[in-house]
Ligand binder design. Structure first.
Ligand code: SF4
Ligand code: SF4
Ligand code: SF4
Length: 375
């Protein structure tokens, strides 16, 4: 095992291969507060990439209701029960990652779902964490909660799928960090399915190989955001490039939200994969639940997010989500306008921080007009 640095857990850790960060790393931010579980993203991916035979139960993108939604069934609970509890000390994870907790003779601590576990992608949809008693009514605060968690492959910096493959069929592209499975090399041993804690590799019984989200790389190569991003109805998603914290640039939207403002957090950072999809946590969910899911910074992230209406830079950047099909590598705010820019500073899109509004009186004495939609 090599020693590599994982900034999300604040320490060195053991990994099967030496550290080899790509030239630039694809990354994404999902704002969970805006997701409406319309599943348009799920269908955008499905109709683009997984409508073939053998792919019927395969959802490279899925959206589940937490706490009772899972795809496949129990994907995170199964592993959390097998690994040490969360033990963080001043931003450093003191427990073992899934690489460090691997049983003798194995590369990763993992588990393999049953085929039937993939048959209920909507299990737990809209189920509340607490029962709603008869006679319950809204009193300004209540404990019944759920939220929607959209999930794709995290194109991890230290992928468990890649490290577990005995055929070296899985590779991380040096140009953009996207993780792919070489369909010519794969023999369908399914070690990746056992190893990926997010369960984002899938078996295709027709081809006898494993398949996974390809990060829509043909679009990324043209500077475009993936299908599940540009079709997102709630505009919850932004794709881009992430730097390591020491190279963070405030004019890079992903760096700004992850490193500068620390408002977007990785999913289960304690597992040790340095996943590259980041989540703005839901503001209405109890903190103990969120801490085990997004790590100890979650309270600060929510406090920062709550202040966004009084913070024109943060609010401005959030309003760039879903505003263009292009990847926005740079951004800038000027007064009420927020601009998405190319690397060389050319403008891609401009969005007003506050939309102008006009109040039209029902009776306009100046023009002698009565405006009403009642005949
Ligand atoms: S999320 Fe899973 S499939 Fe995707 S790169 Fe990470 S370990 Fe591999
Ligand atoms: S990035 Fe592309 S391949 Fe991956 S889940 Fe989204 S649409 Fe599917
Ligand atoms: S399209 Fe967007 S809003 Fe709809 S479910 Fe997917 S992530 Fe959520």
């Amino acid at each position: 095992m090599a020693r590599v640095h994982n900034w999300q857990i604040g320490r060195e850790m053991s990994y099967w291969y030496p550290q080899a960060r790509p030239k630039r790393q694809f990354a994404a931010i999902f704002d969970t507060n805006k997701c409406i579980a319309c599943q348009t993203c799920t269908l955008a991916c499905k109709t683009t990439w997984t409508s073939g035979k053998g792919q019927e139960y395969m959802l490279w993108n899925n959206v589940e209701s937490k706490p009772f939604g899972f795809y496949p069934l129990g994907w995170d609970l199964e592993l959390l029960q097998r690994i040490d509890g969360q033990n963080w000390s001043k931003g450093r994870y003191e427990g073992r990652t899934i690489f460090e907790a691997a049983p003798a003779g194995e590369r990763v601590l993992g588990w393999r779902p049953e085929e039937a576990d993939y048959a209920y992608p909507n299990v737990g949809e809209d189920d509340c964490a607490h029962g709603v008693e008869k006679g319950a009514h809204f009193q300004g605060f209540h404990e019944a909660w759920f939220f929607y968690l959209a999930r794709i492959c995290n194109h991890c910096t230290y992928p468990a799928c890649l490290s577990s493959c005995p055929r070296s069929s899985i590779y991380k592209r040096p140009e953009d960090g996207i993780v792919l499975i070489d369909q010519g090399r794969c023999r369908g041993y399914q070690e990746c399915i056992k190893a990926c804690p997010y369960k984002k590799t899938f078996a295709n019984p027709m081809t006898g190989t494993s398949e996974k989200c390809i990060g829509c790389f043909p679009k990324i190569e043209q500077g475009l955001q993936p299908q599940c991003f540009v079709n997102c109805i709630g505009k919850i998603r932004m794709a881009g490039w992430i730097s390591t914290p020491d190279k963070s640039r405030p004019d890079n939207p992903i760096d700004y939200l992850v490193h500068e403002r620390k408002v977007a957090l990785p999913l289960y950072p304690q597992l040790g994969l340095e996943p590259n999809v980041y989540y703005i946590p839901p503001r209405h969910v109890p903190l103990p639940y969120l801490r085990q899911m997004f790590g100890p910074q979650v309270e600060d992230a929510i406090a920062t997010y709550r202040q966004a209406p009084k913070d024109p830079d943060l609010a401005g950047l959030l309003s760039l989500f879903g505003s263009t099909e292009w990847i926005v590598p740079r951004w800038r705010r000027q007064g009420n306008m927020v601009m998405g820019l190319r690397e060389d500073g050319r403008e891609i899109v401009r969005v007003p921080l506050r939309e102008p509004s006009w109040i039209v009186p029902a009776v306009d004495l100046k023009r002698g007009a009565v405006r009403t939609n009642i005949p």
